[in-house]
Design a protein around this ligand. Structure first.
Ligand code: ZN
Length: 494
């Protein structure tokens, strides 16, 4: 055995344990009896401790020093392992365990606060999480991550290579066109109507399964369950998806399912040779979100695919609210300003992200204290969306991210949309008859294209590079903005 072999074998066991930890998390959100919560907390903490000890084991340093990569993929594995090792070691053990304990409590406090619309209940927990996360950012920056900038050092974990400065410039270029489109839509005559009717839960789930099949999700290595907040989980040959059901709004169920199938298909399609290695998973949050969003929006909400969905809903439910196929397409794509990011239409989604990005940078720099956060949120929301936040659950308390210390995560959602715009442009050029397949309920040619160009590579290439290789051009905001303007001007007759 060479040092490289030892390193990869060790890494493989660590990754297997990591998958087990992820499966415990999946179980907690889907199957676990309520009375098991406390014991599960202990079980998760125990496996986290094992993982942290393994990830900071000094033998990794010895193997890294001696390892010689057999090829380019091996060199990339070494780079990724070194990066993870250095990051884990830069965070003192005391800080890592305090963060784990504090965020697990803070998440529970956040959920209570949201249920009670009680910001004051959440603030002390948020203060502790912010203080510890800032400490972590500073420790990582001191070790050279993020070019020495604490926020960038955190961001680097979710989207390697991105910086707050380039993202701020990108968002500044995107905003005027998004705002102009939103305002034009606001004034349009004859807007689409909302869907009306009652859609039984069991039938929604059956159709959600059909949607997974339509997109090429491999059921032999996956499954679909219900969760309060939909997510996907796992890598390699066990990648599960979840969705949620509201009997008056079946689109919630269908598009959450398609979105998660996008994440899951990415994981399922990674080259089997990379299984349980550092390359055996999606490369970044932004690239991951590009897969979920292109499935959900550019494919799933396109005219061709909604034509098929319209027929399937008529077959399954015996009704589609009395809408024609064209009216149904417009209804699926109805634009409405709203409070909630996760429920936002394609036009407004990125404006939610930009607002959180600006606020979290202010929190992180210390310019904005948690105590003043609700007022800052509400003022900014009124300015960007022209509406007053009616209650904290629809404002500051809507997202879990800050309670668990995910600072630097939000901007990857918009990067995902940007990448999806680029990929859609390149894919449509390569597959001129894609809409014919989509109109027949078959999105597998799109999955095959994405699997070949992006998904099979896993983490082999850095985020922006894998997109550039797939598209043949460096990713920028042009394609997503052109797509949004063309699509929604046509829908709204602008
Ligand atoms: Zn997602």
């Amino acid at each position: 055995m060479t040092s490289f072999d030892d390193l990869i074998a060790y890494q493989r066991d660590t990754e297997a344990l990591n998958q087990i930890s992820g499966r415990l998390g999946w179980d907690q959100e889907t199957m676990m009896p309520r009375g098991a919560a406390e014991q599960r907390g202990e079980e998760m903490a125990a496996i986290e401790a094992v993982l942290h000890a393994r990830r900071t084991d000094p033998r990794i340093g010895d193997w890294l020093a001696a390892a010689e990569a057999p090829d380019a993929a091996g060199a990339r594995m070494i780079d990724l392992i070194r990066r993870g090792y250095d990051r884990n070691r830069a965070t003192p053990a005391r800080l890592a365990s305090e963060l784990a304990r504090t965020t697990s409590v803070a998440q529970g406090v956040w959920a209570e606060a949201r249920a009670r619309d009680d910001v004051a209940h959440f603030l002390p927990a948020l203060e502790r999480v912010v203080a510890l996360t800032r400490e972590k950012g500073a420790a990582l920056a001191a070790a050279g991550f993020g070019g020495g900038d604490p926020y960038d050092a955190l961001l680097d974990d979710y989207e390697s290579g991105a910086t707050a400065e380039t993202l701020a410039a990108l968002f500044a270029r995107m905003r005027p066109r998004l705002v102009a489109l939103s305002e034009a839509i606001e004034g349009a005559a004859n807007p689409p109507v909302p869907l009306k009717g009652q859609f039984p839960a069991a039938t929604q789930m059956a159709l959600a399964e059909e949607l997974g099949t339509a997109f090429g999700y491999d059921w032999r290595r996956g499954r679909l369950d219900l969760a309060v907040h939909p997510f996907s989980s796992g890598s390699g040959n066990d990648v599960r998806v979840t969705t949620r059901v509201d009997e008056t709004d079946p689109f919630m169920c269908f598009y959450a399912a398609i979105h998660e199938v996008g994440h899951a298909t990415y994981e399922q399609s990674v080259d089997q040779a990379w299984l349980l290695t550092p390359l055996g998973t999606g490369v970044s949050m932004g690239v991951h979100e590009s897969q979920s969003r292109i499935y959900e929006n550019q494919l799933g909400r396109g005219r061709a695919f909604t034509g098929w969905l319209h027929r399937r809903m008529a077959d399954r439910f015996g009704a589609t609210g009395g809408l024609s196929a064209e009216a149904f397409y417009r209804t699926v794509n109805r634009v409405e300003r709203g409070y909630i990011r996760t429920e936002a239409d394609e036009v407004h989604y990125n404006l939610h992200v930009m607002m959180r990005f600006d606020l979290e940078r202010q929190i992180f720099s210390g310019d904005l204290g948690p105590a003043d956060l609700e007022a800052a949120w509400n003022a900014r929301f009124a300015q960007d969306f022209g509406m007053s936040v009616d209650r904290p659950a629809n404002g500051l308390l809507q997202d879990v991210h800050w309670s668990v210390g995910l600072f630097g995560y939000f901007p990857t959602y918009t990067l995902g949309n940007l990448y999806a715009g680029c990929l859609n442009l390149a894919m449509r050029a390569d597959l001129p008859d894609l809409d014919t397949h989509l109109a027949a309920g078959d999105a597998r040619p799109a999955t095959a294209w994405l699997a070949e160009k992006v998904q099979r590579h896993g983490a082999l290439y850095p985020p922006a590079e894998v997109i550039e290789r797939a598209c043949g051009f460096a990713p920028d905001e042009g394609p997503i903005l052109d797509y949004l303007e063309t699509k929604f001007r046509a829908i709204y007759g602008l």
